[in-house]
Each structure stands twice: as structure tokens, then as C-alpha cells.
Design a protein around this ligand. Structure first.
Ligand SMILES: NC(=O)c1ccc[n+]([C@@H]2O[C@H](COP(=O)([O-])OP(=O)(O)OC[C@H]3O[C@@H](n4cnc5c(N)ncnc54)[C@H](O)[C@@H]3O)[C@@H](O)[C@H]2O)c1
Ligand SMILES: [Zn+2]
Length: 358
């Protein structure tokens, strides 16, 4: 399967299918991607999938950065620059990021900035990276004072998505990505939403007949949105459905309690609830979302988190523009709208109903 992301400045090709990784070398040739290829990964992923990648690329030692969100920083970017400089990597060289969102964002930022930008290829290995972070060209790292504060837009020349790589992904990581798939269903495709609800078991069994189409559809939705609005002028904001409260939950728990998708699951519930309270969404639609989220598995608790703290975190978030809170709400499963007049009282009641402490 092939999906393209066309933006003003470039075209990214997304290739999706079981076994795509084994054809990596010919895919790179097909897209005239530099003969000097620098693979970036982390030790855990490399242990599991390195041999296969090496076979596909005909050898070569990877640049490994430490595993974990706390290493998504400028120091890891430096650890990527060093060998590039030592090897005299030039404008014709390519960085191939093999990993989840952390490796992709970090290696992507190195590729965006080394020599003011060299070719980037993503080989995403988590479900979250396959449906979300590898697509759209946002790359960057965290600062000690905040997440994703340092970054750039740098579209990958190629994204090679092989769902077979997900076979080794722990269930919790898999679920984290699945909530983003639910998000795509909520914002753009009711059928995708219904299929996850109906075929939940097969999805968790990573049955390719169900999983591959769900990944393809998710990529299509993200690619479509990004093609129309690369720099988040407006439309791209719909991808933030569930992310207002979600990001706040992650921030107040210092990124330790929730996997990203888990926080987004709560955020989607909040956004749906807000929509119901405004009369924009039918309550049965909210219930369908709540039922699906419950079916996918337990979420970390929120009852001990204070509403005031979450409100502070939302105010600090980048989504507050000129003091107004932009909020993406669902109007039905498969369609959203953006509102910019959400009041603090409204938000407080939603968080209360979500079970946070007042
Ligand atoms: N650039 C974007 O547009 C964008 C979008 C969404 C999220 N993100 C970023 O993505 C990051 C989260 O990404 P993530 O959820 O992929 O987390 P991650 O990259 O930390 O990966 C999760 C864990 O799974 C392991 N892993 C990866 N692939 C595996 C495999 N196939 N088998 C077994 N283990 C494997 C990793 O080593 C890691 O321990 C965050 O930093 C977030 O900010 C970026
Ligand atoms: Zn997200």
C-alpha cells in the first residue's frame, strides 16, 4: 500500500505492508535515497530487529541512542551528529530512524539540522509511530523545562511501515498506539471506529487482515490532513482531538504515569463529554466512545489528580492562542469541530465528571 504526503515543499512516500522492511534497500533505491545511509535506533529495538534491518540493508553499524523519553534530548542529538561528522556525512547522506516516536523525533531532528537538513527515512516500530509520529514531518526533542520545545518541520522522504515489526511490541505500548487509531476514527472515519470495536480481539492478536487496513486508514487520514495543512494553520488541529486534557494529564504526572495514548484516551472522553454538555454531540455517541475505550483495557487512575493543577497545565499548553482555549470537540463519531470559546467553568465540570479531585 502506498500513501503520499504532498506539502508545498516536498513529497513523502509512505509504504505500508507486511515485509516492507525486507525490501528496504530497493525502496531506498526507488526513491533515489542517498547511498550513504546512517541507521539510528536504540539498543532494545536493535536487539530485536537489528539483524533483519542489517540483512535488508546489506550490513552497517547503527548509531544507538539510549531508550526512553528522558533521552529525547539535545544530548542524544549530539550522539547522532558525532558519527555523522566523523564519517564526513554530506548532503547526499540519509538518516534512517528505526524505532518508536522517541527515536524518530530525535533522529529526525538531527537529520533536519545537520548541514541544514539531510534526507530522513522513518522505519517506525511502534504502533504509535506507524500511525502518527512518523508521518507529518514534526521532529524535535524535549528541554528540561518542557516537552517538544525544540523542533523543526522536516518531511521524511520515505516512511517504511512494516506491521510485522509490531509482533514484539509489549501490549501496553500497542494499546497506546491503538488509542490514536480510535482518535482517527473519531475525527474522520466512523467505519474505522466500528471495526476496532468489532474486531478488538483480532487487532490485539495483530491479525494482519484487521491490523494492516487499520494502519493504512490511519496513515491516510493523517497524510490527508498534513497535506492540506503542514504547519498547523487550522485543519491540522483536528489531530489534537483529545490532546488538550491529554497533554495536561501527562504533564502533571511528569510523563511517568501514562503512556501517551492512555492520556489521550482520557482526553477524548473529556472532549466528548464537553461536546455533549454543549449539545453538540449525542450522548449515545459519547457512550460508544467510552465503551470502546473501556474495552481496550484499563487506564491508569486519575482520581488523585487535582483539577486546579490540570487547569494550570492546560493554560500553559501551546494550544492556548491569544489567551483563548482552542478545543477540538466531536460532533459525531467521524466528525469534529474546533471551538475557541471554552470557559474554565465548562472545563472544570468536565474534569470533575472524569473523576478528578476538585
Ligand atoms: N512527531 C510527531 O508528530 C509525534 C506524534 C506523536 C508522538 N510523538 C512522540 O513520540 C514519542 C512516543 O513514541 P512511542 O509511543 O513510539 O514511544 P517510544 O519511542 O518510547 O517506544 C516505546 C517503547 O517501545 C520500545 N519498542 C519500540 N519498538 C518496539 C518493538 N517493535 N518491539 C518491542 N519494543 C519496541 C521502545 O524501545 C520503547 O521502550 C513521544 O516522545 C511523543 O512526543 C511525536
Ligand atoms: Zn497523540
Amino acid at each position: 500500500m502506498r500513501v503520499d504526503v504532498r506539502t508545498g515543499s516536498s513529497t513523502s512516500a509512505i509504504r505500508i505492508g507486511d515485509g516492507v522492511v525486507d525490501r528496504l534497500s530497493s525502496l531506498l533505491d526507488e526513491h533515489s535515497i542517498g547511498s550513504r545511509r546512517f541507521v539510528v535506533s536504540n539498543p532494545a529495538i536493535w536487539r530485536l530487529h537489528g539483524p533483519q534491518i542489517q540483512r535488508a540493508l546489506g550490513g552497517g553499524e547503527p548509531i544507538l541512542i539510549p531508550d526512553g523519553e528522558r533521552y529525547k534530548n539535545l544530548q542524544s542529538v549530539s550522539r547522532i551528529y558525532d558519527p555523522l561528522i566523523q564519517a564526513n556525512a554530506d548532503r547526499g547522506s540519509a538518516v534512517i530512524a528505526v524505532g518508536g516516536g522517541v527515536v524518530g523525533d530525535t533522529a529526525g531532528f538531527a537529520a533536519a539540522t545537520y548541514l541544514r537538513g539531510i534526507t530522513l527515512v522513518h522505519v517506525p516500530t511502534t504502533l504509535l509511530a506507524q500511525v502518527d509520529s512518523s508521518i507529518g514531518g514534526k521532529v524535535g526533542v524535549n528541554h528540561t523545562l518542557g516537552k517538544n520545545l525544540i523542533g523543526a518541520f522536516h518531511q521524511p522522504a520515505l516512511v517504511a511501515i512494516d506491521p510485522l515489526l509490531l509482533g514484539t511490541l509489549p501490549r501496553r505500548e500497542f494499546r497506546s498506539g491503538l488509542y490514536e487509531v480510535v482518535k482517527y476514527g473519531m475525527i474522520a472515519n466512523r467505519d474505522l471506529f466500528d471495526r476496532i470495536a468489532k474486531d478488538t480481539k483480532a487487532i490485539f492478536a495483530r491479525d494482519p487482515d484487521v491490523l494492516v487496513p487499520a494502519i493504512v486508514e490511519s496513515c491516510r487520514i493523517k497524510a490527508d490532513v498534513v497535506s492540506k495543512d503542514e504547519r498547523e494553520g487550522g485543519l491540522r488541529r483536528i489531530l489534537n482531538f483529545g490532546h488538550t486534557a491529554g497533554h495536561a494529564l501527562e504533564a502533571v504526572t511528569k510523563y511517568r504515569r501514562f503512556r501517551h495514548g492512555e492520556a489521550i484516551a482520557y482526553g477524548m472522553l473529556a472532549a466528548a463529554d464537553l461536546a455533549v454538555a454543549r449539545g453538540a454531540l449525542a450522548d449515545r455517541e459519547r457512550q460508544a466512545l467510552a465503551a470502546l475505550i473501556a474495552k481496550l483495557g484499563p487506564l491508569p487512575p486519575v482520581a488523585d489528580l487535582s483539577i486546579a493543577e490540570i487547569m494550570d497545565a492546560i493554560r500553559r499548553d501551546k494550544k492556548v492562542v491569544h489567551g483563548k482555549l482552542h478545543f477540538v470537540i466531536a460532533i459525531e463519531i467521524g466528525a469534529t469541530m474546533t471551538v475557541d470559546d471554552v470557559t474554565e467553568d465548562e472545563l472544570r465540570s468536565v474534569l470533575q465528571r472524569l473523576g478528578l479531585k476538585g
